[in-house]
Design a binder for this molecule. Structure first.
Ligand code: BTN
Length: 238
């Protein structure tokens, strides 16, 4: 459960994930610590991609020590995605981001935020969140967008505060109950259910129809008449 967050705000860093690693080495990384930076010069995304992070974006790492089985921790991608979408919609109801499996938030079909989950030892997970607030979003993704293109209502403080309130609520729900209510919420916000997708796995590519997620959080792909379950991969739409 989260009662309250401990904040650590920095200016330029290599990556807020790196800062969390250093704090952990000094035993200074409590549960629910939030590390933010105004810019990062070595920001990273999934699959070792670079996350270019100039001033104007929102960059944060949340360190958590969940008291749930480690096999379930990947469900936190859904908890974070839902919280991001809820926060953005709460600030500006005309903006309701859709969630692209499993770690992206899209506005108008373009990526506005990304999530990175990293295990730290066997008791801590680092949740990295990068949101394009006022940046040239094409730096990370030709198909990127930023919140300032959609509305003037977003400020760094308001977005962070609203997101963390939603995250605390959803995380505590995850800690105390089943995954089912979160799964239902995520599916309602999901991008591309019913569409043909290509999932790049470590060693191959799987093609099929994206039909949803199962009760533990695997992607369900209808392929050749049977349902294939996928727990990690990069999704492409046709
Ligand atoms: C992705 O879309 O691939 C995930 C991007 C995650 C970027 C965030 S910004 C804060 C934290 N620090 C990093 O270096 N990366 C994450």
């Amino acid at each position: 459960m989260i009662d309250s967050f401990t904040f650590h705000s920095l200016k330029e860093v290599t990556s807020t994930q790196d800062v969390a690693h250093s704090f952990a080495k000094e035993s200074k990384l409590p549960h629910a610590m939030v590390i933010t930076a105004t810019s990062q010069n070595s920001g990273r995304g999934r699959y070792d991609r670079t996350w270019v992070s100039p001033e104007g974006g929102l960059y944060m790492t949340i360190a958590l020590k969940p008291r749930k089985s480690i096999e379930l921790w990947s469900q936190l991608s859904y908890v974070v995605g839902i919280s991001l979408s809820e926060a953005i919609t709460q600030i500006e109801p005309v903006c309701a981001p859709q969630l692209k499996w499993v770690n992206d938030a899209l506005l108008g079909n373009k990526k506005v935020a990304g999530i990175l989950l990293e295990l730290l030892g066997n008791d801590t997970i680092l949740i990295g969140v990068g949101i394009n607030l006022k940046v040239n979003a094409s730096i990370n993704d030709v198909l990127g967008t930023s919140l300032d293109k959609h509305s003037a209502k977003f400020s760094r403080e308001k977005l962070m505060d609203t997101f963390l309130k939603r995250f605390k609520y959803n995380y505590n729900l995850w800690c105390s109950g089943s995954f089912e209510p979160l799964r239902n919420l995520w599916v309602r916000m999901a991008y591309g259910i019913g569409r043909e997708i290509e999932v790049k796995l470590r060693d191959r590519t799987q093609i099929g129809t994206f039909i949803g997620i199962d009760d533990v959080g695997n992607l369900q792909l209808l392929s050749g008449g049977s349902i294939v379950l996928i727990n990690a991969g990069d999704v492409f739409f046709h």
